[in-house]
Design a binder for this molecule. Structure first.
Ligand SMILES: N[C@@H](CCC(=O)N[C@@H](CS)C(=O)NCC(=O)O)C(=O)O
Length: 206
């Protein structure tokens, strides 16, 4: 059975959400952020040298990086039909749409969103090159995301997929930072995601 190492208020919510959507059994191990540094505790370093959540352990494999973990779980799901619910069949246009958004969440969007989060926590807003870069990325990324969600109900088209789980966590952080107040399609989409039963089960772990 898959063991999920869950850090409070972290991307590991993605993994629990996915497992709940697939109705797969799992064991949860809780780790709490250090209250002063907000970093992961030593207990996570004992599982993987990067000490970053999420980490899963299964059948002799220890894996971090949420996108890779999501793909691993989809590969393990008990039937092709079950995986197909959340990952379009390979090698068609919808699949590549899925793949783009699955990777976009960490590959492009995480940098400006997390940097903005840290800048806000440090009350650091100014005119340095970093501020210009982050402001430009945020403007471009959220306009593109909003336009996508004006056309499609979900990131990979008309059906919910694991790409939605990857994207939602970043969109929630952006919402908490008031970065998407005027992006009504993203706001509507977030409401739909947060209404999902599996999301709510994952969310209760904090
Ligand atoms: N790109 C990685 C990012 C992992 C990451 O930064 N995780 C954060 C939680 S959301 C973490 O463990 N932070 C604690 C620390 O860096 O000490 C992924 O998607 O898994």
């Amino acid at each position: 059975m898959i063991t999920v190492h869950h850090l409070n208020k972290s991307r590991s919510k993605r993994v629990i959400w996915l497992l709940e959507e697939l109705d797969m059994p799992y064991t949860l191990v809780h780790h709490q952020r250090d209250p002063s540094s907000n970093l992961a505790p030593e207990s996570l370093k004992l599982i993987h040298p990067l000490a970053k959540a999420p980490i899963i352990v299964d059948d002799g494999i220890t894996l971090c990086e949420s996108g890779a973990v999501m793909e691993y779980i989809l590969n393990q799901s008990d039937s092709v039909e079950s995986a197909l619910k959340l990952r379009p069949e390979a090698n068609n246009a919808t699949y590549y749409q899925y793949l783009e958004w699955l990777h976009f969440a960490e590959g492009s969007l995480a940098l400006p969103v997390i940097t903005k989060l840290l800048m806000t926590m440090e009350k650091r807003e100014g005119t340095a090159p970093l501020d210009h870069y982050i402001a430009k990325e945020i403007a471009v990324d959220f306009s593109y995301i909003d336009a996508t969600l004006a056309k499609n109900s979900y990131f990979a088209g008309s059906r919910f997929s694991a790409a939605d789980i990857m994207m939602t966590i970043m969109l929630e952080i952006a919402d908490n930072l008031s970065l998407i107040d005027d992006k009504l399609n993203i706001k509507r989409y977030l409401g739909v995601m947060q209404d999902r039963v599996a999301y709510q089960l994952a969310n209760k772990y904090g």
